[in-house]
Design a protein. Sequence first.
Length: 307
Amino acid sequence: IWAILTLLFIVLKTLPGDPTALFVDSNFAPEMIAAQRAAWGLDDPILVQYARYIWNMATFEFGQSFFQAVPVREIVFEKLLNTWAMVLPALVLAIALGAVLGAMLGWRRGSRGEGTSVALLLALRSAPSFFVAILLLMIFAYQLRWLPSGGMVSLDNDGETFLARILTFDYLYHLILPGLVLLSREITTPALLLRSTMLEVRNSDFVDILRAKGLKERVVVTHAARNAMLPLVTDVAVSLALLFEGQVLLEIIFAWPGIGREMVTALNNLDYPIVQACFFLMALTILVLNFIADLLYGLIDPRVTYT
């Protein structure tokens, strides 16, 4: 976390431009500009700025937006929840459907539908998400007019709270297109990964023992799939990282009010407090989820212990 924060500080300090250049008017007196820079702490020595920055990030004290004049915490936490509202349903469906599909493909190696399914999964994995998003928009939003072209909810149905917005059919209606794009991309990795590990597990000795005990094939497949799950747990954490990496373009394409879109807007405005908070929260989320994935190993495989 410290390394990420330090790198982020260096990158933002080396960006061209001055935040005051977009804020102050040409008629401002030099004293007014200097006062504004002092109010934002831009005139302090670089080490003082760095120490203050590290402390503020560690205590989640993100300050105020340069241009929206509201606490950054209110902005980024709301946008982060909106991003989770788009990412999490697609990821849960992708893992569940991909795991089942991958287990079936690996267990039924050489079947009629395996080759077709693998080819389709590889095609979906290779397709750029922004291309799939634009294609779906052209077909279902602009040509057929079945689905909305963007937004999280309709303008006349914007609830006052986050729960009020997502606990509506209107939210699900707007989620269909971005959810399909995310699902089409994220279902491929768990499906292909579990297929590969199932091919290794199906020839293990314990599978022969389970069959010798007279257990049903469904029970044997369940035991085999559990042993093949470890790589999938790691993939879940990696998938979340890739989702946060790729959802920025999707939020722009679908006008989804998430943290990625907010970060791009803040970068264009040189609104450093929002940019810092967005990067920090995204990186912290990924690190925490990777740590949780490590802990889940012990629950899935009794052979994994932590001492």
